[in-house]
Every structure is written in structure tokens, then in C-alpha cells.
Design a protein around this ligand. Structure first.
Ligand code: HAM
Length: 422
């Protein structure tokens, strides 16, 4: 029976994986400059890490893959990284060793969303979390990191949009203001937004159906309802961003889709031609209650996540010369089983010197093997023919200059090492 991949998933094929590897490497290099270490948490968690039924609200998103295992445990495939990281932070009491834990993660997440370009059911995120300290300078550092990252990738037409939801007091006042604002329009809003008015009115502002409705366009912004403390906090964040000299814009309507945010929120948006509707590359913000809600002390954190697929799309759309596929230094052509033994030793010796080397393992014709070597873009082709072997030599061809030389069998590795060094 032929089987297909699951809807909303995709394969990274061998000729595509180098881009992923390069991107992951860049992530690791940049994040280590910020003194961040990697954390790896499971792809599945107990469902209550993400869902809070008692509060009638989903911590993260309701579009999760939920299932019951053979022992009747309610489990969920993680829809994002933050909640699992906080669960691990609390469970392992990481707060006892230092006041600020800065971590990053790269891995798959699962959301039961309608798939389209840039939106999948299994997608990869790279994210960071800085947990334990509440200070505007830390908020700024995380925004600066996101900016630094996209700048180093060489992405053009990408902007950082920043806003604040304020503290609990301001956020609650803002929620109330939204309820009063939207209630008269209840009948005109989509079925999801009707429910959102009472449950989480902030999410109406993110609605993909109602975003053009006048009530959404004219809705109050969080900045209208900030109390003095929240305003001061945000002003400080902005002053740190200015001090660093990064480019950003204040986006008064930005509230973000997840429930756990307060204070600083931000998004990284790509304004690249042909990029499509899913143009938010990443986003994040401060969360003040998540650690406590997951059983830990009253500590806040801040973080962000980028969608890896969207980053790769942006890299492609920006024509950034990002990475090369694996380069083949040498391909060995042999015409008999006996000669393949010589080749086996030769390949082993070349790889011992850290060269990328390969050969053909069939009885394909000389012409066929030669074509294969050219298709693989081998820099050098070693031809181990019967005649040459009798004379104790092999022919080595430089595929770029087309210069071919005869080299003694015992000198092949040395010859290639000299040539490849240049
Ligand atoms: P989020 O905005 O839900 O935030 O997701 C972050 C990024 O993941 C999005 O901007 C997008 O690039 C990518 N993404 C989300 N859903 C999909 C999908 N179905 N297919 C492809 N890409 C997708 C979070 O997940 C928060 N945990 C970020 C955060 C970390 N906040 C604080 N710390």
C-alpha cells in the first residue's frame, strides 16, 4: 500500500537539509554570543501544561494534538516551546542555581491548523527564554537579539514591531475596555470572536476573519490604558532599544495571539515581495504568570520564537547567498571488484584526512561513472583502470581545469591533499 505524508507535514530531502543545518549552526553561533545554552524538552507533555480547563482558557492555543496514551494519561504534542521549557525550569528547580536562566531550543511543534504556504501542522521553531528576572533591560536584550539575528542572516525588508500590554492592572483594564468596545458589534463578528468577547477579547484583534471590521480597526490600543508603572516600564524598554541603536517600530495594535503575555510584546515581520500571507517570522513577549501557574515561584520571563520554515522562505526570497550543499572533494571510478578494494582503502585514507570522498558501488560503465562524478560536482575524479593499475598508477582529473595527470598509486592521497589545499 502506498502511503503519503500526513497532511500539513513535509519532508526535508537530502538536497535541502544543508540549509537547515546551516541555519541551525548560525542560530547556535549567535546565541552563544548572548551566553545562552540549549535546552531540550520532550515533544509531548501532560496536557495540563498547555490547557487550563479550570480557568476556561487555553494557555497556548486550542489547536493542539491531544491524545490519551495506553495508560489513560492525557498527553499533548507541544504546540510551542515556552510552556514545556517553563515546566522543565520549575520541575528541575533551575531557579535555585541562578537568578536568570537564559536558554534556547530548536525543535518540532504541532498545531492542528489549516495548512497553507508557511503554515504547517508539524513545524520547527527556534526560540529563546530568559527566565527569573524582570527588568526592562532584559526585555530590550531579547528584542535586540531577535533584531541582531535577522540582521546577521542578511534578511532585507524585515522589521521589528514592539508594543506593551502593560502589567496585570493595565491588561485587565484593557480587556474590560475591549469588552465594552466589542459588545455592541457582537452579532457582526465571526463565531469565534463572539466567544472571544467574554473569554479573551485580545484575540479578536488577531482574528484572520474580522481583521477588516471597523470595530477591530477602531478598537482601543493597550497604550490607551497603561497605568503609570507600565508606562514607565515600556519607556525604559524603548530607551534601551534606542541606546543599542537598533531599528524597530512601535506597533500600538500588536497584542499577539497567545494568552500568557504581559508588558513587552513584539513581532518580526517580513515585508518581502512574493512572500505571502504568513509573513510573521517570529514573535514573543514577557510572561509574568506562567512560572507560577506551572507550580513554580512568582518569577517572570521573556522570550521569542521564530518559525524555521518561514526563516528559510525569507532567506530564499531575499536571495541571501546562504549555504552550499555538501561539496565532494573526490570521486573514485573503478572498473573491477579487485580495484574496488584499492578504492576502499583510498577512500578510507582520504576521509581520515577529512576529505569528502565517494565512489560507485555497481558495475556501471566507465562513461556512466564519469557522468555520475560530474553530476555530483566532484572536484577530482580518480580513475583506477586495469591498464593503469598494471603500471602502478591512477589517472586523476581536475574537473574544473580538465587537467588529467597520472599519479603513482602510493602517492594519490598526498597528491590530492596538496591539490585540495590550494
Ligand atoms: P507564536 O507566535 O505562536 O509564538 O509562534 C512563533 C512563530 O512560529 C510564528 O511567528 C511563526 O513563524 C511560527 N509558527 C507558528 N505556527 C506555525 C505553523 N503552524 N506553521 C509554521 N510556522 C508556525 C510562540 O510560539 C511563543 N512560544 C513565542 C514565545 C517564546 N513567547 C515567549 N517566548
Amino acid at each position: 500500500m502506498a502511503t503519503n505524508r500526513v497532511k500539513g507535514t513535509y519532508d526535508v530531502l537530502p538536497n535541502e537539509s544543508h540549509q537547515w543545518i546551516m541555519l541551525e549552526q548560525k542560530i547556535r553561533d549567535i546565541l552563544s554570543l548572548y551566553h545562552m545554552r540549549e535546552i531540550r524538552t520532550p515533544m509531548m507533555e501532560y496536557s495540563n501544561v498547555f490547557h487550563r480547563e479550570s480557568e476556561g482558557s487555553d494557555m497556548v492555543t486550542k489547536e493542539t494534538y491531544d491524545f490519551v496514551d495506553r495508560s489513560n494519561r492525557a498527553l499533548t504534542l507541544r504546540p510551542e516551546g515556552t510552556a514545556g521549557v517553563i515546566r522543565a525550569y520549575v520541575e528541575n528547580k533551575l531557579y535555585t542555581s541562578q537568578e536568570l536562566e537564559k536558554v534556547y531550543y530548536i525543535g518540532p511543534n504541532f498545531r492542528y491548523e489549516r495548512p497553507q504556504k508557511g503554515r504547517y501542522r508539524q513545524f520547527y521553531q527556534f526560540g529563546v527564554e530568559a527566565i527569573g528576572t524582570v527588568d526592562p533591560a532584559l526585555d530590550a536584550e531579547i528584542v535586540i537579539l531577535a533584531y541582531d539575528f535577522i540582521t546577521r542572516l542578511g534578511l532585507k525588508g524585515v522589521k521589528v514591531r514592539v508594543n506593551t500590554l502593560g502589567n496585570e492592572v493595565s491588561r485587565t483594564a484593557y480587556q474590560k475596555a475591549l469588552v465594552s468596545h466589542f459588545t455592541p458589534y457582537k452579532d457582526e463578528l465571526c463565531s469565534d470572536c463572539k466567544v472571544r468577547i467574554d473569554k479573551n477579547p485580545l484575540r479578536i484583534l488577531d482574528c484572520k476573519i474580522d481583521h477588516k471590521h471597523q470595530a477591530v480597526i477602531n478598537a482601543p490600543t493597550p497604550l490607551d490604558l497603561l497605568d503609570d508603572l507600565s508606562k514607565e516600564y515600556f519607556d525604559d524598554v524603548i530607551s534601551y532599544l534606542d541606546a543599542a541603536g537598533i531599528s524597530y517600530e512601535i506597533a500600538p495594535k500588536l497584542v499577539r495571539g497567545l494568552d500568557y503575555y504581559s508588558h513587552t510584546v513584539f513581532e518580526i515581520e517580513a515585508d518581502i515581495e512574493g512572500f505571502g500571507a504568513q509573513n510573521v517570522l517570529g514573535g514573543g513577549g514577557r510572561y509574568q504568570n506562567l512560572v507560577k501557574e506551572l507550580g513554580g515561584p512568582d518569577l517572570g520571563g521573556i522570550g521569542f520564537a521564530f518559525g524555521m520554515e518561514r526563516l528559510l522562505m525569507a532567506i530564499e526570497a531575499s536571495h541571501v547567498n546562504f549555504s552550499k550543499d555538501l561539496e565532494l572533494d573526490c570521486f573514485v571510478i573503478t572498473m573491477s571488484k579487485d580495484l574496488r578494494k584499492i578504492a576502499t582503502k583510498l577512500l578510507y585514507d582520504l576521509r581520515s584526512q577529512n576529505y569528502v570522498a565517494d565512489m560507485n558501488y555497481t558495475d556501471k560503465s566507465f562513461k556512466g561513472q564519469f557522468k555520475q562524478a560530474l553530476r555530483l560536482e566532484a572536484k577530482y575524479i580518480v580513475i583506477l583502470g586495469e591498464d593503469e593499475y598494471q603500471r602502478g598508477v591512477a589517472s586523476i582529473k581536475n574537473t574544473k581545469t580538465e587537467i588529467q595527470e597520472e599519479v603513482k598509486l602510493e602517492d594519490i592521497v598526498k597528491y590530492l591533499m596538496e591539490k585540495l589545499e590550494n
